[in-house]
Design a protein around this ligand. Structure first.
Ligand SMILES: C[S@@+](CC[C@H](N)C(=O)[O-])C[C@H]1O[C@@H](n2cnc3c(N)ncnc32)[C@H](O)[C@@H]1O
Length: 336
């Protein structure tokens, strides 16, 4: 596990910088000693190392659990909640009993750990349905469901009850955006409130991006996010990929498909949208054993003879269930 280690006097500044960029890992505890605070971080690249240094800290790797004299306050409440995600002003906790006094106390501690977090909500069900949204219940702080956050230098405003947004894809957005160079046509299918489309369009101003989303609320928020990020090179489209794809035949040099639950069933539509020799980045849930082989088998079966897929690279994005993981595959399509 990688940590950003910082003297206590600089801890708040560094914590805010990490939170702002969604770099705080949710799968490990914040550690405290007499003089230092250690924040677990999601990724450890040279850019992150620089950001940590600029905010008075240093990046370290730590195996196992750290021993500290003082325990984190939030640590002590581990039995109340399994962890939390930060979406700018809103923290979303996982707890079995959101209305308990313990959950309220835990929420107060989260809010006092950062000035930016002013609302705490709790997960009240799984991500489900076509729109991939989940029920949330209010726990503490300001009663709002509108998140206002910065991710990788882009601002996003959206209603957390009506739309999908996962901070765990933050690194993927950075990675894919960095792959887009020069004048290229990019298609984001299943675009949500626009995080892939907005970041890519901002980082590569010479790109022309089309972003398709079915959920009207998410589409409306994507329009807003394109505006607040002052982008002229993204066209948002409200519609079903299965129906809209035919209007974009041979359009894209690059296609992004972030619907892991069943994006594979849209691969033939993606092939129609792609130019010959296009790049496709597809997110999928697969079994832990032989993930890339299983994914490629599924995709080739769905694609039939609409083209040939070459696997350039794959990586695990996150654990999904006890037997499944989410992966992303970078593919080259040859329509022949
Ligand atoms: C897992 S979310 C990803 C959203 C966004 N790309 C992100 O990274 O935050 C998938 C999105 O696909 C949308 N969606 C599901 N089926 C769709 C379809 N057939 N056509 C267009 N969008 C669809 C959902 O409404 C949801 O917003």
């Amino acid at each position: 596990m990688h940590y950003a280690k910082v003297q206590k006097k600089h801890a708040e500044k560094l914590r805010d910088a990490l939170a702002k960029n969604n770099l705080l890992a949710n799968n490990a505890d914040v550690l405290h000693s007499d003089s230092y605070v250690l924040f677990p971080v999601t990724i450890a690249t040279a850019t992150i190392k620089k950001l940590i240094r600029q905010n008075g800290g240093m990046l370290i790797e730590k195996k196992g659990r750290a021993q500290g004299n003082a325990k984190s306050k939030i640590n002590r409440n581990k039995e109340v909640a399994k962890g939390y995600d930060i979406l700018g002003n809103i923290a979303i906790v996982e707890t079995d009993n959101p209305s308990s006094r313990a959950a309220k106390r835990y929420s107060e501690e989260i809010m006092s750990s950062s000035k930016r977090i002013t609302t705490v909500l709790a997960k009240a069900g799984p991500v489900s349905g076509r729109y991939r949204i989940r029920k949330l219940s209010y726990v503490a702080g300001k009663r709002t469901y509108v998140a206002d956050m910065i991710e990788n230098g882009c601002r996003f405003v959206f209603d957390v009850r009506k739309t999908f947004f996962s901070v765990r894809l933050s690194f993927e957005r950075q990675r894919i955006s960095a792959l887009s160079k020069g004048k290229e046509n990019v298609m984001v299918l299943f675009a949500g409130v626009g995080p892939f489309a907005v970041e890519l369009a901002k980082k590569n101003p010479r790109s022309s991006v089309v972003a398709i989303e079915l959920n009207k609320s998410a589409y409306e928020m994507m329009k807003k996010n394109i505006l607040i990020n002052k982008l002229k090179n993204v066209v948002p489209v409200w519609g079903d990929v299965g129906k809209v794809a035919k209007h974009y035949e041979n359009f894209a040099d690059r296609i992004i498909m972030p619907l892991p639950k069943d994006s594979h069933s849209f691969i033939a539509h993606a092939a129609g949208i792609s130019k010959d020799k296009g790049n496709i980045h597809i997110y999928m849930f697969v079994k832990k054993d032989n993930p890339a082989r299983e994914a490629m088998k599924k995709l080739r079966k769905e694609l039939g003879d609409s083209g040939k897929l070459k696997l350039l690279k794959w990586r695990k994005v996150r654990d999904y269930s006890h037997s499944e993981i989410e992966v992303v595959l970078d593919l080259r399509l040859n329509k022949g």
